[in-house]
Design a protein around this ligand. Structure first.
Ligand code: ZN
Length: 153
């Protein structure tokens, strides 16, 4: 982990040891499972959206490396109270950021910007983005199990 900044390291370790919003979510009306076979990261995400499309609550479960867990933990914190459309925008920004896309916007990401550093470590990009791909699947209720190996990034 020496390749990453201190702030990044502190946040990752904190959320790995003490993940926020971890567990089952009773009453969740959107679910998806995500899997990153390259690293072995697994995540199950439950979302509770109200009639206005606002994410009232979100929780995750799973096992995996520190980055996948910390990313999921910080994502759930950032999502509460957001509208589905805002969450989609954050997904796009996060994805563009970790993929190192030129001109990527990060204006809605807040603390999640610490993950910008993973763009230099391609093997870690999928660990960091797994939770977000799972969120995207959960919001659309498309596939119940997504894999980071199904498409790009
Ligand atoms: Zn991983």
């Amino acid at each position: 982990m020496s390749e990453f900044s201190d702030l990044y390291q502190d946040l990752i370790l904190d959320h790995q040891k003490n993940p926020r919003n971890f567990g089952d979510l009773p009453g969740a009306n959107h679910h998806a499972d995500g899997y990153n076979p390259l690293c072995g990261d697994k995540i199950t995400l439950g979302l509770k959206l109200n009639g206005e499309g606002v994410i009232e609550d979100v929780k995750f479960k799973g096992s995996g490396c520190a980055i996948s867990k910390a990313s999921a933990s910080m994502m759930t914190m950032a999502l509460k109270g957001k509208k589905a459309a805002e969450a989609e925008k954050m997904f796009t920004q996060f994805h563009d950021m970790v993929m190192g896309k030129e001109g990527a916007k990060t204006s809605d990401l807040g603390k999640l910007k610490v993950f910008a550093g993973v763009r230099d470590y391609p093997a870690r990009v999928k660990c960091a983005s797994l939770a977000w791909h799972t969120l995207e699947a959960a919001l659309h209720d498309e596939k119940k199990v997504i894999s980071t190996e199904d498409g790009e990034g």
